[in-house]
Design a protein around this ligand. Structure first.
Ligand SMILES: C[C@@](CO)(OP(=O)(O)O)[C@H](O)COP(=O)(O)OP(=O)(O)OC[C@H]1O[C@@H](n2ccc(N)nc2=O)[C@H](O)[C@@H]1O
Ligand SMILES: Nc1ncnc2c1ncn2[C@@H]1O[C@H](COP(=O)(O)OP(=O)(O)O)[C@@H](O)[C@H]1O
Length: 285
């Protein structure tokens, strides 16, 4: 057995390559269909074992109280679920914009569950971890499974897909968009029919985009600016927008021209979450 007591793992960004909203459920959640892929870019989490059962979070917590931090919540849920009396020190290096639609909080939570399951040797299955993750957010299970996937239900019913590797220039227009605000807005389009047959043959859009553009003119500006280079899209409920290319050079060229008021990054997509690849390299050799 590999007994590593300190290691670092990525919490990667995700993109929603399309996002259709099919209906609103009685509990307020929405039935959706979305295509998730992962990027080779994200936050970094450093884990070290604490023989006491304390969970200590340090680093770029950006004013989030410990008890609200999804990393802390994930660690606590795993402790409770497994009755383990071990703890951990977890340091966060934040690179993913909060409220940016790239899933930073959910990815931090998922990486925490995956990593502590190894650090504490609690041996839960991916399905068990995804079940725990779902209590923290609709987006967490896809990061736990770590495969590009079409999601249905509220985002937790996942069917793996194999996508070609692409390069993305992702732009954050310095706006925080609250997922809850978008999903409770009366003007959100909620009636896109479910995809029948092959999703690749359909018109694929992001149903949140028209509303977010209206509420947030800076997002509209970003999409317009990116359109000069390639078809531009928004991820999740925003605010990040992206363009897709076959090569790194093309994506970097757009980033180099980015107006200084916005931030961005270039990253390649991957069908397997880099969190899984990194953990396998640490624990499964
Ligand atoms: C819609 C997505 C697409 O990836 O948006 P982003 O947050 O990534 O932008 C996600 O599934 C979001 O997942 P996550 O951010 O984990 O959502 P949660 O914390 O569970 O819920 C945040 C808010 O969104 C609403 N919500 C979320 C998912 C869903 N299928 N229907 C909803 O109505 C919830 O009612 C809640 O008010
Ligand atoms: N570790 C964390 N990282 C980011 N956000 C967190 C974290 N813990 C709690 N949150 C909360 O989750 C909200 C959504 O964050 P995030 O996942 O980055 O956005 P999005 O779902 O739009 O990609 C944040 O505004 C923040 O209040």
């Amino acid at each position: 057995m590999n007994t590593k007591t300190a290691f670092s793992v990525i919490a990667p960004a995700k993109l929603n390559l399309f996002l259709h909203i099919n209906a609103r459920r009685k509990d307020g959640y929405h039935e959706l269909e979305t295509l998730f892929t992962f990027l080779n870019f994200g936050d970094t989490l450093d884990f070290s074992l604490d023989e006491n059962n304390q969970i200590l979070i340090t680093g770029d917590t950006k004013g989030i109280a410990d008890t609200d931090n999804l990393i802390y919540k994930a660690a606590l849920l795993l402790q409770k679920h497994t009755n383990i009396s071990l703890g951990a020190k977890i340091n966060l290096t934040k690179r993913l914009p909060m409220g940016g639609g790239v899933g930073g909080g959910s990815s931090d939570a998922a990486t925490t569950l995956l990593a502590l399951n190894k650090l504490w040797n609690t041996q839960l299955s991916i399905e068990q971890l995804a079940g725990i993750g779902l209590q923290l957010g609709a987006d967490v299970p896809v990061f736990i499974r770590g495969r590009s996937a079409i999601a249905q239900g509220i985002g937790e019913q996942l069917v793996d897909v194999e996508l070609e590797q692409k390069w993305y220039c992702v732009v954050h227009p310095n706006q925080h968009v609250s997922t809850a605000q978008i999903f409770t807005h009366p003007d959100l389009k909620r009636d896109t029919p479910k995809i029948s047959g092959d999703w690749r043959a359909h018109k694929l859009t992001n149903d949140c985009e028209p509303l977010v553009k209206k509420l947030c003119p800076e997002v509209e500006k970003t999409l317009q600016w990116l359109l000069k280079y390639a078809p531009s899209k928004m991820t999740g409920t925003g605010s990040c927008c992206f363009v897709e290319f076959a090569s790194q050079v093309q994506a970097q060229d757009v980033l180099d021209k980015l107006p200084h008021t916005w931030q961005g990054f270039v990253a390649s997509s991957t069908n397997v979450s880099p969190a899984h690849t990194e953990l396998a390299a640490i624990f499964d050799q």
